[in-house]
Ligand binder design. Structure first.
Ligand code: DP6
Length: 349
């Protein structure tokens, strides 16, 4: 017999960034962060997990290729899930798995990202969140989403925010064992549903410095990072929560852009400096800044993660249509060019 479960998890984009860990093993951050979860139809991961007595060891395939599960992060997630598994019964198949059986049974995991062309967007967030969620369903783990977020966190920090839709806060927590470092939903997906997100795929190349090693180097060498984590972010988190609650787009846009810029400033303050953005990214920032200044009030927010791709957030469909018109004029997408496509909702141009 084989028992299987399939789940789909969207990726999330941080508007107040997580950058820096206080515990590398448990993945505990040095500051709170806030993100917006994208619609599940685009930029998401679909994962099927299966268990069978015929499986001799745990295996995983990512986008059709087998990948190793021996890494500490996968192992931590699998161990946590196994220890929380419950009895599972499928009368139709005549299957009965007890809590104890899960220690001996092996799983197969098959995962696909629906954004193969945009490698720079292939955040680990959706992948690890989906893996944890689908395995938790298969193993009948009874913990709630916030507990599951703490397990996903141990796979990749930003993954803990993908277990909820809408706006999500990852609370850094104080406990050494990480028990209070969990994600909570600030507002659901309906709360501010006229926001439109456009992603300019500036480069689909793999980033040179991974987030994991980049943030380690920043914590080790940057003098600005402590100021950011202790002085700037705590105040910004309070203001961002207010902006989200009141659907105050100008405040939301100002905070989002400022936080993206400060995140890239601490990358530059790292030794050796880390450059995630390129000339096209900088030109997009100038373009949006000029437009916002011309309008007198922010129409668009931009944010860049550990790569050159721009995530642009418009406050409604009309502003998004105007933004796209401008982007297509100033940055026409061309294969093999600096900017090769736009992802808007479920369409790619
Ligand atoms: C810039 O979650 O990928 O996207 O915890 O080491 O797996 P690890 O790092 P990861 O870092 C994400 C960094 C970021 C900002 C964010 O998503 O908050």
């Amino acid at each position: 017999w084989v028992l299987a479960v399939t789940a789909q998890t969207p990726t999330n984009i941080a508007v107040i960034k997580y950058w820096g860990k206080r515990d590398e093993e448990l993945i505990l951050p040095i500051n709170d962060s806030i993100s917006v979860t994208l619609d599940p139809d685009h930029l998401c991961t679909t994962t099927s997990v299966a268990v069978s007595p015929a499986f001799t060891h745990d295996r995983m395939w990512l986008n059709g290729k087998e990948v190793s599960l021996s890494g500490g992060r996968y192992q931590n997630c699998l161990r946590e899930l196994r220890s929380r598994a419950s009895d599972v019964e499928d009368e139709q198949k005549g299957v009965k798995i007890t809590k104890k059986d899960w220690e001996k049974l092996h799983v197969h995991i098959v995962s696909y990202n629906n954004f193969p062309t945009a490698a720079g967007l292939a955040s680990s967030a959706a992948g690890l969140a989906c893996l944890v969620f689908s395995l938790a369903k298969l193993m009948n783990v009874k913990d709630d989403h916030s507990r599951l977020s703490a397990i996903a966190r141990q796979g990749s920090g930003s993954a803990c925010r993908s277990l909820y839709g809408g706006f999500v806060k990852w609370i850094m927590g104080k406990e050494e064992n990480g028990s209070d470092s969990i994600a909570v939903q600030l507002a659901d997906e309906k709360h501010w549903d006229d926001l439109v997100i456009i992603i300019a795929v500036v480069s689909s190349r793999q980033k040179e410095t991974s987030s994991t090693s980049g943030m380690r180097e920043t914590v080790e060498t940057s003098m600005l990072i402590e100021h950011r984590a202790k002085e700037v972010v705590p105040k910004r988190i309070v203001k961002m929560e207010e902006a989200i609650e009141n659907r105050d787009f100008p405040a939301f846009a100002r905070l989002t852009c400022a936080d993206s810029n400060q995140f890239h400033a601490v990358c530059l303050d790292t030794s050796p400096p880390i450059f995630y953005m390129n000339d096209t990214s900088h030109r997009i920032i100038s373009c949006v800044e000029k437009w916002n200044r011309f309008e007198g009030t922010p129409q668009v927010a931009y944010t860049f993660d550990a790569g050159p791709n721009a995530v642009l957030i418009s406050h409604n469909r009309k502003a998004a249509a105007l933004l796209l018109q401008r982007l297509l004029f100033y940055f026409p997408p061309q294969a093999d060019a600096d900017l090769n496509s736009y992802v808007i909702g479920d369409k790619t141009i």
